[in-house]
Design a binder for this molecule. Structure first.
Ligand code: NAD
Ligand code: LMR
Length: 325
């Protein structure tokens, strides 16, 4: 039996938490051979609910779940954590844009970054989900100067999965056959879904579809505004699909992506002219617990414009929270 992996999850009693914890405990994220310890963080007023969630986890009798606890203290929740999934934050409601959440949520991520810095495993892998996810990941990273900056990431797999499903529908091909699709930039409507390199059964998807009007006027906005569409329809922000994307992103980061392209929001290393440190969605592959940004892809004029637009938004967000750091 492998050594149990300590997984801290914040916002554990929220919608995403409820869709996520059971899948982690069942082995969907790290594999059926890896035992896990769940370290749940939520606000003091949510501790009774957290006890209820743990009762349900217990009632599943998951063989891989070797221990769990809930707390409202980040330094307890993050103690020795190997993986920290930072979900807990205020979600957007109808009519709100992600930027409205910036100030409300920034302080949470500064405090949690500092707590991770103090008590987490020195190799902790951090995935920020709470919105605005990229900038919150940046805040947490800057608040944790003793941890590797590259280990702070933002959830962008949901965008990739959404983009993939829409392409599968358009081409009539199964999602599993579509490769090399990527998202650049911010998890917000400015994200740039880039299908120039995407293939299906070794044919170029853009050439098969051959409809630039559909791409620009339907596909890009549909993927970019999918979060709002779900809030409109459900009255609540996406939860099960977000949890699923968390499972996918951590799975591939830890276990590997088998040379497939995946998108994660990661601190830029300067690739593609993105200033170092900005947490930006890039195409990458993952192997042995490390990710590698795919370099030197050609960037045409349209792509550069879109990348500039999403980068400008991230720079604005960064400027807005700079007083906090
Ligand atoms: P929710 O309101 O159902 O749950 C949030 C939970 O976080 C609550 O239990 C709340 O008590 C807790 N919480 C609040 N502040 C906390 C803190 N300081 N420490 C610990 N816990 C705290 O919300 P949800 O639907 O689960 O969404 C959570 C976040 O995820 C939101 O910010 C939402 O916008 C974001 N989200 C991101 C993506 C993405 O792709 N990046 C997708 C969906 C949702
Ligand atoms: C999403 O993309 O579904 C989430 O980020 C929720 C939101 O506020 O859009």
């Amino acid at each position: 039996m492998k050594k149990p992996v300590r997984i801290a999850v914040t916002g554990a009693t929220g919608q995403i938490g409820y869709a996520l914890l059971f899948r982690i405990a069942s082995g969907d994220m790290l594999g059926k051979d890896t035992p896990v310890i769940l370290q749940l963080l939520d606000l003091p007023q949510s501790q009774t609910a957290a006890q209820g969630v743990m009762m349900e986890l217990q009632d599943c009798a998951f063989p891989l779940l070797v221990d769990m606890f809930a707390t409202h203290d980040p330094e307890v929740a993050f103690k020795d954590a190997d993986i920290a999934i930072l979900v807990g934050a205020r979600p957007r409601s109808k009519g709100m844009e992600r930027s409205d959440l910036l100030q409300a949520n920034a302080e949470i991520f500064a405090a949690q970054g500092a707590a991770l810095n103090k008590v987490a495993s020195r190799n902790v892998k951090v995935l920020v989900v709470g919105n605005p996810a990229n900038t919150n990941a940046y805040i947490a990273m800057k608040s944790a100067p003793d941890l590797p900056a590259k280990n702070f990431t933002a959830l962008m797999r949901l965008d990739q999965n959404r983009a993939l499903s829409q392409l599968a529908e358009k081409t009539g091909k199964p999602v599993s056959k579509i490769k090399k699709l990527c998202i650049w930039g911010n998890h917000s409507p400015t994200m740039y879904t880039d299908y120039r390199f995407a293939t299906v059964e070794n044919e170029n998807v853009a050439e098969i579809i051959n409809d630039q009007d559909w791409y620009i006027n339907e596909y890009l906005p549909k993927v970019g505004k999918r979060g709002s569409a779900i809030i409109e329809a459900r009255g609540l922000s996406s939860a099960a699909s977000a949890a699923n994307a968390i499972i996918d992103q951590i799975h591939d980061w830890v276990i590997g992506s088998d040379d497939e392209w995946v998108t994660m929001g990661v601190p830029s290393d300067g690739s593609y002219g993105i200033p170092e440190g900005i947490v930006f969605g890039f195409p990458m592959t993952c192997k042995n617990g490390e990710y590698t940004i795919i370099k030197d892809l050609p960037i045409d004029e349209f792509s550069q414009e879109r990348i500039n637009q999403t980068l400008a938004e991230l720079k604005e967000e960064k400027a807005e929270i700079s007083s906090l750091l």
